[in-house]
Structure formats: C-alpha cells, structure tokens
Design a protein around this ligand. Structure first.
Ligand code: ASP
Length: 356
C-alpha cells in the first residue's frame, strides 16, 4: 500500500477524506492484451482534478490516497476483498471524516452492499465510484465521477454507504449495475436517489437517508469471511425446464451453506414436483435459503400463486424487494458469523441497512 497527500496542505487528517484505490477501468491504461489496472493513481487523480474549473477545485475537500498493492479488475473480487475494504475503513475511521472507494464497475454494487452490512451504524459517508472509461480517455466519465464522489463524501449528514455515478447518488445496498456501456451504468430500482448533482451543486436528500436507528453509532460487524469466500453461498437463477437433479447438484454439496434463488415474478418456480423436496432437504440440513425475483423491480410474495406454494413450508426466506447483490451479500455476511440458524433467519428478514 502507498499513501500520499496530493493537496499537501495543512488540513488535519480528521478533516480530510481517505480515497482507497482498488483498481477498475477508471485507473486502467492500455497494455498489449487490452486495458489493465495501472498505478500512480494519486498523481493522475490530482492532475485530472486540476482540469476542473477553479471554483470547483476550491470546493474540493482535502484528501489522502491509499493505493492497494495489487490493483484488480473488479471481476476478480471475492468476499475477501469486501472484508479487506471494510477492515481498512474501520482502521482509518478515527482519522478521516469520509471515504471514497475507487472500484471497477463490474462488481461495484456487490462491494457496496457488502460494506453496508459490515459497516452498520456508519456515522459518515463511504462513497464508491468508478468509471466506464479510463480517466485519461477522451470524454471520460472518470473525472466527473471522482469530483462528485469527493463532494458527497465531505457531507457529514450523509451517514451510509453510497454509490456516486453519472450525477446520481444511490444507496449502496439498493444499487445494481444496469448497463454494460452507458455512462449511467447504475440504478437503484427499488429506492429513490439519495442525492444528485444539480448544476454545480451536490444535493443530498436527508429524508431518504437511513433511519435513525440504522446509523449514527458505529457497531461494525467485521466477521472473518474466509469460511464463505470459496463458493459456499450459491446463486440459482431458475429457468423454464429446470430439473430437480440440477438443483441437487448445487444444493446437496456439503460445502454449500446458503443459496439465493431467483424466482419468476412474485415468487413462482417451474411446475416440477421434484424441486420443492430438494429445497426442503437443504433447508432441513441447516442451509440458509432465500428467494428474490428475477424482475429488477417489485417484491416476491411467497405463496401468492399456486406455482410458488410450498416455498415457505420448504424453509425458503422471502428476500422481499432486495437486489441480488443485497440478498447475496447478506447471506454471506450472516453465514460468516457464529449465529444460530434462528438468528440468521431472523436477521435476514430484518432490514439492517435500508436494503429492504
Ligand atoms: N472490468 C472492469 C472492472 O470491473 C470494469 C470497470 O471498471 O468498469 O474492474
């Protein structure tokens, strides 16, 4: 890890932000095999911000930069990367008023959701951002995203994990990557924007922030994710014609501790009488199983239709309107802790960080 204070000013650390650079397209440069993560981000960021109009430069908060020693394309991230980030934020919490995480977009919303669970009770902003194009590319979105992330990370009323991207501030535990090319690559289909850039202003909507009992007093949960970082939680998106043996392949393995099912509509699954017994067996063995919809908007209501009847009896928990990212990382987070199965189930159904 390398650190630098790009503004080299006298601002005491408690009034500064910490920027953590993990990799991603925003910092990539062209190599023989294509774009690859590249270093010197602190200087490149300073240079880029120097292109902003003077008034915007003067409004920037002071910040320090940490670059991870091994920069990654976020498609290689695992729960261990989520754990490391949460740990680094927790360790630096006494020193900084807010945090900006520079991250690849492919799994940015997964990291954001995971950080939200690990950093419960957060009393300052943690803003994730990245870009669809490298910082130095013509017409890159990188500079605008960095600028907005820094400005929102300096707003003390904002006390949660959020994503700033393409002028919009989204709740971290509600966001999905919705587009593989467009600049507004992220959305939070089940929750309104937490804030947005309006002209030259970065406006936070406090009434949409986390409820009082969910913020304001750090009560971080930083479990060891190693026991759940090797595929112990699986994600099963059902499809027409799915067979019970296929479900068995995924759920019968003793290494599997939990599963997120993505059902149709409000919670329907194929008309195959072999499926429910496989699910019931897995949950009877103490595996934590939850279901959400494949639709990006709306909730599941298990048992609303005959086609989904029996899911609750088979022990499947309703994920309500949670995103796949929020539901999956919640399973990981709960399964990493020494909780009874009853507590895991109860906490899965309880909104912890505005995720449902
Ligand atoms: N594959 C890249 C990554 O997630 C994409 C990006 O940064 O936008 O790191």
């Amino acid at each position: 890890m390398s650190t630098l204070s790009p503004l080299a000013d006298a601002t005491p650390t408690r009034q500064r932000l910490l920027v953590i650079y993990t990799g991603g397209t925003i910092g990539m440069q062209q190599e023989a095999n294509g774009l690859a993560p590249s270093g010197n981000f602190d200087q490149r960021m300073q240079q880029a911000l120097g292109r902003l109009p003077l008034a915007h430069q003067q409004a920037l908060p002071a910040y320090d930069v940490i670059s991870y020693a091994s920069l990654i394309d976020s498609s290689t991230a695992t729960p261990l990367n989520w754990q490391q980030l949460a740990q680094d934020i927790a360790n630096n919490l006494p020193l900084y008023r807010g945090f900006v995480i520079i991250h690849g977009t492919d799994t940015l919303s997964w990291t954001a959701a995971s950080l939200a669970y690990q950093l419960q009770g957060l009393d300052r902003p943690v803003i994730l951002t990245g870009a669809m194009h490298p910082l130095e590319a013509p017409d890159s979105d990188g500079l605008d995203n960095l600028h907005g992330a820094l400005r929102f990370a300096a707003q003390p009323e904002l006390q949660e994990v959020a994503i700033y991207f393409a002028n919009r501030l989204l709740r971290g535990s509600r966001a999905i990557k919705q587009h593989s090319e467009a600049l507004d690559a992220f959305a939070s289909p089940g929750y309104p924007l937490l804030g947005e850039r309006v002209g030259d202003d970065f406006v936070y909507y406090p009434s949409r922030g986390l409820a009082y009992q969910q913020r304001g007093a750090p009560r971080f949960e930083l479990p060891d994710y190693r026991p759940v970082a090797q595929g112990e939680v699986v994600r099963i998106v059902i499809w027409p014609g799915m067979s019970s043996w296929q479900l068995e392949v995924l759920l019968d393995d003793s290494r599997v501790k939990g599963a997120l099912l993505q059902l149709w509509g409000a919670g329907n699954l194929p008309d195959n009488p072999g499926l429910l017994p496989v699910l019931a067996k897995a949950s009877g063995e103490g595996k934590l199983l939850a279901a959400i919809s494949q639709c990006p908007q709306g909730s599941v209501y298990l048992g609303a239709y005959a086609a989904g009847y029996g899911l609750t009896a088979a022990g499947i928990l309703s994920g309500g309107n949670m995103t796949p990212e929020a539901a999956f990382t919640k399973l990981v987070h709960l399964l990493a802790q020494p909780l009874s199965i009853e507590d895991q189930r109860r906490r899965f159904l309880t909104p912890l960080v505005g995720e449902r």
